[in-house]
Design a protein around this ligand. Structure first.
Ligand SMILES: *[C@@H]1O[C@H](CO)[C@@H](O)[C@H](O)[C@H]1NC(C)=O
Ligand SMILES: *[C@@H]1O[C@H](CO)[C@@H](O)[C@H](O)[C@H]1NC(C)=O
Ligand SMILES: *[C@@H]1O[C@H](CO)[C@@H](O)[C@H](O)[C@H]1NC(C)=O
Length: 355
């Protein structure tokens, strides 16, 4: 009996030791589910012991600030890596290398201010990258270099004000690009080149006032373009005409529209294009001219060109009247002249007969 107990004790201890040696304290390891959850574990560094068969590693809500090179070399089976709400400011080159099964990486709510080429090394199969609420200010052609398979990229709520042409072009499979709540002021042609699979482009909440006319042209799969809450006062017909898709919904509300006859004409033409849907057209409000401030565009749009028409009519009328008057005056003068000549001739004749 004693021996049996001893054996049992030894077995349990061995089991516990082997188990704990692969599960860092502060984490919960669910080997059966291949989950390792180290959320809210007060970690300031990556935990050293994560079971090698882990497919989902949740490290959210900690204080991790550095991702050293090849951090996950022993966890090659990872498919989901959650690092949101940490203090990550440095991802060393190759920090995520050798993760050929990783599908989703969540780095939102950290302090990342730059994406170097080394950041994306080894992430060729990543499908979703969450980078919202970081400190990114500019993107360049190396920022996403190795992300060939990425389908969803969330860059919302950063401080992005500059995007180099071809920054996004390595991601030819990208389907959703979220750039909401950044500091973009203009969009240059070439910014979205190569994004032939892109379906959703969210640019709401920026300061965009200026777009080159062919900027959206390469986006032949785009179904949703959100430009709400920007600084657009007017829009060029060609910019949207160049969108060659089957059907695209465009959102434009909360922009400071300058409601003049040109704007009305552009919108009239845009709304007649079958493949474009201006979903919030009835919500567009005017900022300029001052007299129309806060009016809805739809409430005044019939009058915008009317005023112009009236002005044209008035001018035409005035010109006509002036011309007519001039003609009449001329005619009158000619008649008078004729009469005067007639009289003078008669006078001369009578003079002659008198003498
Ligand atoms: C976050 O990281 C910075 C250095 O980048 C460090 O100074 C700060 O103490 C860290 N904060 C926490 C809560 O760990
Ligand atoms: C992008 O990130 C923000 C903030 O984390 C989140 O609220 C939003 O749902 C994300 N959008 C997508 C499409 O993933
Ligand atoms: C228009 O604005 C109203 C109120 O602000 C909102 O409820 C509605 O969803 C908007 N419509 C569209 C198409 O965005």
């Amino acid at each position: 009996m004693k021996e049996l107990l001893l054996v049992l004790l030894l077995v349990t201890e061995a089991y516990c030791r082997s188990h704990s040696s692969w599960c860092q304290s502060g984490c919960q390891c669910r080997g059966d589910l291949k989950f390792t959850v180290c959320s809210r574990g007060l970690f300031s560094r990556l935990p050293g012991r994560v079971p090698p068969n882990t497919e989902l590693l949740d490290l959210s809500d900690n204080h991790i600030s550095v991702i050293p090179e090849r951090s996950f070399g022993r966890n090659r089976k990872l498919r989901f890596l959650l690092l949101q709400n940490n203090n990550v400011s440095v991802v060393e080159d190759g920090g995520f290398s050798q993760m050929e099964f990783l599908q989703k990486l969540d780095l939102s709510r950290n302090r990342i201010s730059a994406l170097t080429e080394g950041f994306s090394v080894g992430l060729a199969f990543l499908r979703e990258l969450q980078l919202a609420h970081n400190l990114l200010a500019r993107l360049d052609s190396r920022s996403f270099l190795h992300l060939d398979g990425l389908q969803r990229l969330n860059l919302s709520s950063n401080a992005i004000h500059s995007i180099q042409v071809r920054s996004f072009s390595p991601m030819s499979s990208l389907r959703q690009l979220h750039l909401r709540d950044n500091r973009l002021t203009s969009l240059r042609s070439g910014t979205f080149s190569m994004l032939r699979s892109l379906e959703v482009l969210d640019l709401a909440g920026n300061q965009i006032s200026d777009m080159q006319t062919s900027v959206f042209k390469p986006l032949t799969s785009m179904t949703l373009l959100n430009l709400a809450d920007n600084r657009m006062t007017t829009v060029h017909f060609k910019t949207f005409l160049s969108i060659h898709t089957y059907s695209t919904h465009i959102l434009l509300e909360e922009n400071p529209w300058n409601c003049d006859c040109d704007l009305q004409r552009v919108f009239r033409k845009l709304r007649s294009i079958q493949r474009l849907f201006l979903d919030d057209y009835y919500n567009l409000t005017c900022r300029e001219p001052e007299a129309l401030g806060d009016y809805r565009l739809t409430d005044v749009d019939t009058e915008l060109c009317l005023a112009e028409t009236v002005t044209v009519l008035v001018i035409t009328g005035t010109v006509l009247v002036t011309v007519l008057a001039a003609m009449l005056m001329g005619e009158k003068r000619r008649k008078k002249e004729k009469k005067r000549k007639h009289w003078t001739q008669q006078g001369a004749q009578s003079d002659e007969s008198d003498s």
